[in-house]
Write a protein that binds this ligand. Structure first.
Ligand SMILES: Nc1ncnc2c1ncn2[C@@H]1O[C@H](COP(=O)(O)OP(=O)(O)OP(=O)(O)O)[C@@H](O)[C@H]1O
Length: 752
């Protein structure tokens, strides 16, 4: 496209406004087109045969996706323009746009032609003379910001200067939701975002260096660059908590990507919403890879040879289930190499055959009659004694049952974990039926691997259920009842509830997206996994994630120094070594975009005083140092209140967080809510309130305009002496940090 000669700033702005208006016009046209196409498909959906209908479903789903994408990109649709050596003007925006006759209007930021927008420098201009940032409010261009890469243009009057687009973005008030950085991705970030798909890539970076932003933009980039492959297999994003996922959940849709699965470590096992693991000793014990062996032994312990031969009633007759026969059947079943519930098939079949023969011989010798074998087999199957005996020897189990019993019955635990000391067994034991904790999730996952599908303990009920479901929901209901019956037929009477069965057979509804199907299916193999705050993961949690991506294509982002739990690894090599050896690429981010330098220095000082090695990223802004307020023993709540009130005035509509040790949250939350009605949100999912009261753990990965830190020593104390959580809390503000302390101060925080 030829350069329009426009020299004054006003003229340039007018040119851009016109062009941007044209882009929005095209966006509106496309939306109208897709809306019409979708309506037409929906109108015709009810007619035609089954195949026509499913083709139309596929079309409808395609139009819906495209429409959702077009609707999501309205905000800052376009943000850049490249002027090339060849006098081409190339606009860069959230998606690619072309005219009806395929003339390019705007390139997608992820396209190769857009890479120079992020990477070109004066030393390496990449064929670019000028990079222009377009700053929009609504659909209107309000400012332009140019980087001139061609020295000859520096004298050109038309080149604009002004506050950097980056600084403008960083100085924006926080909203409680993370926003994308697509307009201002920096070169070191862009290199990671566009790195190739295969392999494990670890991104280490201090607080605020954009690790989360990079991880999310990388997911969007990979979905664009490897669309076919990743659309089907899906991308999984793992975050530390549901509040964190809530915080980041709008970023990918704004980048036009909706088909990503997000999960916290607590939600990773379908059907279980795990609670935090409160006991550090239990957390430590459940973290290590030995736990995989414990679960394996626990499963084997449930394949039992009885203490003595058993006489069983079959109608009016008797048969004997010998220990030898059970042992032989068990060995053969184990030799199939199949998981417990599937191998049970072999076990049951062998013993049913053996007992049937015994019954036949017995009847033959007592009455001289040769009975039909299928009748005898039926009699054996119907016998309650037989069912009970087989169940006792080899019980079909759900992972939930296995783990619940392992952790609540001393004899199971002692047998499966002979290496544990009595005090350790005590730390793990808990009442039956207690809610599963985050640390149990890997145990459940391990158990599910070793147990296999419950439905395999008989007939192929899952396939049957899926066929039925396709016909109608009512039929599917019936199918589940059939399953129950089928399982009863092989002797699972009274062991598996209909609920268990339903949980095991999450039936596929009509048009399940890849993301929905993946969420419901524990064995789903993702095409790529992004792990945020990865420093917190235990070896057992890594094991679960490695299973979710057999191709081992990972983006792992985190900061070893921010680890809050005592079981976290001390290096990336320690975390990943057991799974990929040294086959991972380590990248580092070096610029802190969030925390002003003065606050970052204070936080690093506290970390270093405790012997924690922290990187010191260069901060983009200097800012104000933290201010410490000392209060009397009973003055903490009042002191915090006073600071919050003051900060609310300063940040004018921005967000203020109060971060405190977990046991102080209720009191602080209640006092703040009383003093500032309608303004305060406590804990997760209330990040949209102006004042948020939360723990350091929940604050991980988040940011606020101002942070009021209540009693810093308590954060160290609750983490068993570790300063990781305090370091996290101190690095959350984008503008101001206020510390209120009644008690002793942690080393490094003392006032000069
Ligand atoms: N290139 C960029 N342009 C504009 N804003 C950016 C850029 N990079 C990072 N940011 C902003 O800096 C802040 C910190 O980013 P992010 O949360 O991704 O950092 P992090 O490294 O994950 O931090 P932490 O480890 O402390 O949780 C966010 O507000 C993010 O939007």
């Amino acid at each position: 496209m030829a350069e329009t000669v426009a020299t004054t700033a006003a003229e340039q702005l007018a040119v851009e406004r016109e062009y941007v208006a044209r882009l929005y016009e095209r966006l509106d046209e496309l939306r109208a087109e897709k809306t019409e196409e979708l309506a037409a498909v929906r109108r015709s959906r009810s007619s035609g045969n089954h195949q026509n209908r499913s083709e139309r479903d596929a079309f409808a789903s395609h139009y819906e996706d495209r429409l959702a994408q077009l609707n999501a990109v309205d905000h800052r649709l376009v943000f850049g323009r490249l002027d090339t050596d060849e006098d081409e003007r190339r606009y860069v925006g959230r998606i690619g746009l072309a005219t009806e006759d395929h003339q390019r209007l705007m390139v997608d930021w992820r396209a190769r032609e857009a890479a120079a927008f992020y990477q070109a420098t004066a030393q390496h201009p990449m064929g670019v003379r000028r990079r222009r940032h377009l700053i929009l409010e609504g659909r209107e261009v309000t400012a332009l910001e140019d980087d001139v890469l061609d020295p000859q243009m520096l004298d050109d009057e038309g080149v604009l200067h002004g506050e950097g687009a980056l600084l403008a973005a960083l100085n924006q008030k926080r909203t409680g939701r993370m926003s994308d950085i697509v307009a201002t991705i920096q070169a070191e970030q862009d290199r990671i975002i566009r790195a190739p798909l295969p392999g494990v890539r670890v991104v280490q970076g201090g607080p605020g260096t954009g690790k989360t932003a990079v991880a999310l933009h990388r997911a969007a980039y990979l979905l664009y660059e490897h669309r076919e492959r990743l659309r089907k297999a899906g991308v999984l994003i793992i975050g530390p908590s549901s509040s964190f996922l809530w915080y980041i959940e709008r970023v990918l849709p704004a980048l036009g990507e909706t088909g990503v699965v997000m999960s916290s470590l607590a939600e990773l096992f379908p059907g279980v919403s795990a609670v935090p693991e409160r006991d550090p000793e239990a957390a430590r014990l459940k973290a290590g890879l030995e736990m995989a062996e414990v679960v394996a032994r626990a499963v084997k312990d449930r394949q039992k040879v009885p203490g003595a031969d058993q006489v069983l009633r079959v109608d009016t007759h008797r048969v004997t289930l010998t220990r030898k026969a059970v042992k032989r059947a068990r060995d053969k079943a184990r030799a199939t190499g199949k998981p417990h519930n599937e191998a049970r098939n072999t076990f049951v079949k062998i013993l049913l055959r053996e007992l049937t023969e015994q019954l036949g011989e017995h009847l033959n010798s007592t009455s001289g009659n040769v009975m039909d074998r299928s009748y005898l087999a039926e009699d054996i199957r119907q016998s309650r004694d037989v069912r009970v005996a087989l169940n006792l020897a080899w019980l079909p189990l759900t992972p939930q049952q296995l783990v619940d019993q392992l952790l609540s019955k001393r004899h199971y635990l002692e047998s499966a974990a002979p290496h544990l000391r009595p005090a350790e067994v005590e730390a793990l034991l808990r009442p039956a039926g207690a809610p599963f904790t985050v640390a149990d999730v890997p145990l459940l996952d391990e158990a599910a691997e070793l147990l296999g599908d419950l439905d395999a303990a008989g007939v192929r009920v899952r396939a049957e259920a899926e066929r039925e479901q396709r016909r109608s929901a009512e039929n599917a209901e019936r199918a589940l009842q059939n399953m129950h019956q089928s399982l009863e037929d092989v002797g699972v009477d009274g062991v598996v509830s209909a609920q268990d069965l339903t949980a095991f057979n999450t039936v596929t509804p009509h048009r399940m997206t890849a993301a929905e199907a993946a969420t419901a299916d524990r064995t789903w193999a993702y095409g790529h996994v992004v792990v945020d705050e990865a420093q917190e993961l235990t070896p057992m949690q890594w094991r679960v994630l490695m299973r979710r991506c057999p191709m081992k294509s990972f983006t792992v982002v985190g900061d070893i120094a921010q680890a809050g739990s005592t079981v976290a690894a001390r290096s990336w090599a320690e975390s990943l070594g057991p799974f990929v050896g040294d086959r991972f690429a380590l990248e580092e981010l070096t610029v802190n975009y969030r925390t002003p330098a003065a606050i970052a220095r204070a936080a690093a000082g506290v970390a270093r005083a405790a012997g924690l090695e922290v990187s010191s990223p260069r901060a983009v802004r200097e800012g104000e140092p933290p201010v410490l307020t000392r209060v009397g023993e009973d003055g903490l709540v009042e002191g915090v209140l006073e600071q919050v009130r003051a900060e609310l005035e300063v940040v004018e509509g921005g967000l203020v967080a109060v971060i405190a040790a977990e046991d102080r949250l209720p009191e602080l939350g209640a006092a703040l809510a009383r003093a500032l009605p309608g303004t305060v949100g406590a804990g997760v999912r209330r990040l949209d309130r102006q004042v948020v009261v939360l723990s350091a753990w929940d604050a991980k990965g988040l940011e606020f305009d101002a942070v009021v830190l209540a009693e810093p020593a308590a954060l160290v104390h609750e983490a068993g002496g570790g300063v990781g959580n305090l370091y996290v809390a101190m690095t959350r503000p984008t503008q101001r940090l206020r510390v209120v302390a009644a008690g002793e101060l942690p080393a490094g925080l003392q006032q000069d």
